[in-house]
Design a protein around this ligand. Structure first.
Ligand code: 13P
Length: 240
């Protein structure tokens, strides 16, 4: 099971103090468990975080990247090689918060290819808006995001898919368990042999429902991942 913390645009150097707790917990807990923890902090913290977590088996990821493999005149951008150099081994690509700012499937596909070439693993986000859900377009949207996003990509083992319905991000709402099972199943049929995670308002309470959905391979956690207690609680409850 994957537990991926997406800190989004939150946190400074002080936030790294909370990592010791999670690293200790992980060291004791992970034995005999197929458990992976990945932290995706803001870019400014990738280097110090990866140094801090070096001895633990917790890995570090970035939250986005530029699509170019090489250096270039792109003010404000960072390419996957630079992220790798800073200590990242994963990168989130296609998060809805970036799709909403204009990232299209084609660009996302390019970013995935470049990031793989640069040696990063990918957390590839897909999900429908509330209005798409209401219009019963969820499958159509997911199908497009998968088809174009993963177009001509061979290295399946380098990619984890995260299904994040946009209406459930930060809203406290999660899909009905039977709906979520079906959607994950649909994704796994479209994207065979990929791990599929769920993301959107995962917290220590609703994990008790989510953990019973057997085809989910882990969680991409936003808000609750900033609090080490909540994050640890979510992991513990998943296995209990
Ligand atoms: P929340 O857990 O805060 O809803 O965020 C989910 C998310 O967008 C993770 O990428």
């Amino acid at each position: 099971m994957y537990f991926i913390a997406n800190w989004k645009m939150f946190g400074g150097l002080k936030s790294l103090n909370s990592l010791g707790k999670v690293a200790n917990f992980f060291q004791n807990f992970r034995r005999n468990k197929n458990l992976k923890i990945i932290y995706c902090p803001p870019t400014t913290l990738i280097n110090s975080m990866s140094k801090k977590l070096k001895k633990s088996k917790i890995e570090v990821g970035a939250q986005n990247c530029h699509e170019s493999e090489v250096y270039g005149a792109h003010t404000g951008s960072i390419n996957p090689r630079m992220l790798k150099d800073a200590g990242a081994s994963y990168v989130i690509i296609g998060h809805s918060e970036n799709r909403q700012r204009g990232e299209k499937n084609k660009l996302i596909n390019q970013k995935i290819k470049t990031a793989i070439k640069s040696g990063l693993k990918i957390i590839f986000c897909i999900g429908e808006t509330l209005s798409e859900k209401r219009k019963k377009k969820t499958k159509k949207i997911l199908d497009e995001q998968i088809r174009y996003g993963l177009n001509k990509i061979q290295n399946k083992n380098k990619i984890i898919i995260a299904y994040e319905p946009i209406w459930s991000i930060g809203s406290g709402l999660i899909p009905k368990p039977e709906d979520l099972f079906k959607t994950i199943d649909f994704i796994k049929k479209k994207a065979k042999n990929y791990k599929v995670l769920y993301g959107g308002s995962v917290n220590p309470k609703n994990i008790l429902k989510l953990r019973d959905i057997k085809n989910i391979d882990g969680y991409l956690i936003g808000g609750a991942s900033q609090d080490p207690k909540k994050f640890i609680d979510i992991i513990k409850k998943t296995y209990n």
